[in-house]
Write a protein that binds this ligand. Structure first.
Ligand SMILES: *[C@@H]1O[C@H](CO)[C@@H](O)[C@H](O)[C@H]1NC(C)=O
Ligand SMILES: *[C@@H]1O[C@H](CO)[C@@H](O)[C@H](O)[C@H]1NC(C)=O
Ligand SMILES: *[C@@H]1O[C@H](CO)[C@@H](O)[C@H](O)[C@H]1NC(C)=O
Length: 468
């Protein structure tokens, strides 16, 4: 790669810091305009030469009970993300799936699923739509099936996301009656679809009123979830998680202590530190400050800890995508364009990276990596398996709760999987049991656990039969 003379680099950095002091909104966590638009795929570098530019000694730790979260988006089944079905998910190294996104009516606070066909209707192998009763199909039946097969896998319904946040759908948080409606609907959706809780993704409270209202929503949901647990006699609480930004402007209005008291986990969106909004090339997800851009995961973690977030509730987010820059000499330099991207400009699916002709650079000091094609002068910030593993190690070493991924459809499989790489450093994963007791579901097959005899009632029957 071409290194930029230091003087020029510092000049660029100085100029950059005055222009940009915060992360842009996490544009990646958004819904594409056309879910069926064909994926753009480029020739892939099969055996890239990998250059490690620094070394860092890390202590191993075998903590029990760390978590590994990943988002599954309900548009992954369409062509835009390569028709990635729930049945393609390998849950072995996951403790939580965040099923996204549900939507909200900003006037009433009414919470609803967003794609009836994807969520409830599309059928998979083994589905028999002629069976008796009113039954759930679609991706959500598959989620429930996974929960029955892996009892430590928790599935939460994720609400909002970038697109609907930006369209004002969280406007309801300042309205007491609308928040009450939201809480009622959240409990009903948990019961109907067999979720283990709710994940909120408001990007981002824009003023103190929204921050306060958002905080109240967490308190109210926690109270409702605790009541639900008590009423049903469940051993485990229903979980409440949130996606939060690493950018100062985006987290400024959060009521951190109130949220922390109600939350199970904070999912830090530790990505999107660079993109088309910058006028220089920078890493999009470096953990340690790198002197190029005034944003890093460590700075964000320090801010949350200082503001009252419990460190062992904090989950380190990892992107399963890259952010590209064209016609550039690399880190800190200027560029011209961000490239077409797999589905969105500048955003490339990890499963197709690195591109043929590129070399890969891993910086284990800043914990970041990128590919660079010196002929095309194309630079792409993305996490390699080694960097994902280093982030898992960082989470474990620093007493965090674990790691989180956006999003599953763009991962590779086997040892190239970023989800697997991080999980390998988290030690024994959280084995808390999920919920499979939903007698109030509107769906017969959720009520009866897809016909499997795993409910408490059948267990009691079995016990009685034995004692007779
Ligand atoms: C860098 O970001 C931190 C917040 O993480 C902020 O306090 C500081 O003022 C920023 N520095 C510059 C030079 O913008
Ligand atoms: C996507 O394409 C499929 C098959 O061509 C079609 O049935 C479906 O309606 C399309 N969905 C959207 C959201 O465009
Ligand atoms: C690697 O990261 C460290 C720490 O952020 C930084 O000081 C160093 O310049 C980086 N090395 C390269 C070659 O980018």
């Amino acid at each position: 790669m071409t290194f930029i003379p230091f003087a020029r680099l510092s000049l660029l950095v100085a100029a950059a810091l005055t222009v940009v002091s915060s992360v842009h909104a996490t544009e990646s966590m958004r819904i594409p305009a056309n879910k069926n638009e064909t994926m753009r795929v480029e020739a892939q570098q099969e055996n890239p030469s990998v250059h490690q530019v620094a070394k860092r000694t890390m202590l191993g730790r075998q903590d029990a009970g760390l978590v590994n979260f990943a988002y599954y988006v309900n548009w992954a089944i369409y062509a835009g993300l390569g028709n990635f079905m729930p049945t393609d998910i390998v849950p072995d190294h996951l403790t939580h799936i965040l099923y996204s996104f549900a939507d909200i009516d900003p006037a009433t606070g009414h919470l609803t699923l967003s794609d009836e066909w994807a969520d409830e209707q599309i059928t998979f192998d083994g589905d028999d739509t002629t069976e008796a009763g009113t039954n759930l199909y679609g991706c959500l039946k598959q989620m429930y099936k996974m929960k029955l097969a892996k009892r430590s896998l928790k599935v939460l319904l994720s609400v909002g996301g970038y697109t609907w946040s930006q369209e004002g759908h969280f406007g309801f948080v300042t309205n007491d009656a609308a928040r009450a409606q939201f809480v009622t609907d959240a409990v009903q959706l948990i019961e109907d679809y067999g979720f283990d809780g709710i994940d909120l993704d408001f990007e981002f409270p824009a003023n103190a009123d929204e921050g306060t209202g958002y905080g109240k929503l967490f308190t109210e949901l926690r109270a409702a979830f605790d009541t639900l647990q008590t009423t049903k006699g469940d051993a485990e609480p229903y979980q409440l998680t949130v996606a939060v930004s690493s950018g100062a402007a985006n987290y400024a209005n959060l009521d951190v202590p109130t949220m922390d008291a109600a939350l199970s986990y904070w999912n830090l969106m530790a990505y999107d530190y660079s993109g088309a909004w910058l006028d220089f090339v920078a890493n999009q997800a470096n953990v340690i400050p790198d002197g190029v851009n005034n944003v890093s995961t460590k700075q964000a973690l320090d801010w949350y800890a200082g503001a009252g977030a419990t460190t062992n509730k904090m989950v380190l987010g990892i992107p399963i995508y890259g952010r590209g820059f064209e016609e550039t000499d690399g880190l800190g330099a200027t560029y011209n364009g961000v490239g077409a991207g797999t589905t969105d400009p500048g955003v490339w699916a990890y499963k197709n990276l690195p591109f043929a002709g590129a070399e890969v650079f891993e910086n284990t000091t800043s914990i970041s990596s990128y590919s660079y094609d010196s002929a095309k002068r194309e630079w792409i910030s993305y996490d390699t398996p080694a960097i994902s593993a280093a982030k898992g190690q960082y989470a474990a070493d620093n007493g965090l709760a674990g790691t989180m991924f956006w999003e599953l459809s763009t991962d590779k499989v086997g040892e190239d999987s970023l989800v697997t790489a991080a999980a390998g450093k988290l030690g024994t994963l959280d084995a808390t049991e999920n919920h499979i007791n939903f007698p109030n579901s509107k769906w017969d097959n959720i009520k009866n656990n897809l016909g499997q005899s795993t409910t408490r009632r059948s267990h009691m029957r079995r016990t009685r039969a034995v004692s007779l």
